[in-house]
Design a protein around this ligand. Structure first.
Ligand code: NDP
Length: 288
């Protein structure tokens, strides 16, 4: 079949990469952005610049939304003629909370459109690479109908019908991604006080941030509620984190991260988990 028409609303780095990938693959592409000039390079490559939101919506059954947050989604779409939404599949790849994603799905449904929520697990450079992935949730039928077109961007997995699920999975991903990356930046900042460069920290970082073995070890235990302190004890973990905090202090570097960790570890010990595994922090973190 001929490549399906696609509309891309929102031309930040992500939306531009997506629209560009669709153009490369021969799809008729319509684009719309608040700052119109961000569409210029795409228009020069053959994209159609929509003059109105209604035009953007009616140009393609599949409408990709790539905006900063859902407030921006409403800023763009609210006020558009409701008739323009009829039969559209809004592929909302905008990051926000599961609650906001569910609300927007109901908002779309009230206008006769279907929302597929997506969490894109790659930076813009990964768009167009089938090795990258995006998790989707929402009506399975809409996903199946457009799967081929979605897979032009990244591999596509449908995780469930709840429109909030993909947003949740995306936020879980970011809840791990940002602290991991910031922990690297913090280590680099501490190292700098001792004359070391990021390049000196890199080999350590690669080892420290690959925690696969720990994840595999703890996962079945956590799901079984088993926090036996046979291989590690939370009290030992708290002492270790206190050493990191003291080293950060001595380095003159920021102490926010280790201080926050030490607070959580100490609360775990105070709650009676000192002799349990550090995985018992899951119980502490569930009920702050
Ligand atoms: P940006 O925030 O750079 O781009 C956002 C787009 O939203 C721009 O087109 C901007 O328009 C528009 N926008 C923002 N506020 C408003 C508003 N009030 N009214 C109208 N338009 C508005 O984001 P990215 O392109 O980097 O990412 C898009 C989404 O994808 C985000 O939700 C992000 O979390 C997610 N994501 C991003 C990744 C990345 O690495 N960049 C990775 C995975 C997901 P204008 O050009 O006029 O400012």
């Amino acid at each position: 079949p001929a490549p399906a028409p696609v509309t891309v609303i929102g031309l930040g780095p992500m939306g531009r990469a997506m629209a560009g990938t669709y153009l490369d693959r021969g799809h008729p592409v319509t684009v719309l952005n608040r700052t119109a000039s961000r569409a210029d390079a795409l228009v020069a490559r053959g994209a159609h610049r929509a003059g109105t939101v209604e035009e953007a919506l009616t140009a393609s059954e599949l409408v990709v939304l790539s905006l900063t947050d859902y407030e921006a989604v409403y800023a763009v779409l609210d006020g558009a003629d409701p008739a323009a939404f009829a039969g559209r599949v809004l592929v909302n790849l905008t990051s926000d909370t599961p609650g906001k994603a569910r609300e927007a799905a109901a908002w779309a449904a009230a206008r006769g459109a279907t929302q597929l929520t997506g969490g894109v697990l790659t930076p813009p450079q990964g768009i167009g690479d089938p090795g990258s992935s995006t998790l989707y949730s929402g009506p399975r039928e809409a996903f199946d109908a457009h799967r081929g077109t979605l897979e032009v961007l990244t591999a596509a997995e449908h995780r469930g019908e709840d429109p909030g699920l993909a947003a949740l999975l995306y936020q879980l991903n970011m809840a791990m991604f940002w602290p991991a990356l910031t922990s690297y930046w913090h280590a680099v900042a501490m190292a700098d006080a001792h004359g070391l460069k990021a390049a000196d920290v890199l080999p350590l970082a690669v080892g420290a941030l690959d925690v696969t073995r720990f994840l595999e070890f703890y996962t079945p235990r956590v799901d079984a509620g088993d926090h036996t302190g046979d291989v590690d004890r939370l009290a030992m973990g708290a002492a270790s984190v206190a050493h990191v905090l003291a080293t950060a202090e001595d380095s003159g570097a920021d102490t926010t991260l280790p201080a926050a960790l030490l607070d959580v570890f100490r609360r775990g010990v105070a709650a009676g988990h000192g002799a349990d595994s550090a995985s018992s922090l899951v119980e502490v973190l569930k009920r702050p």
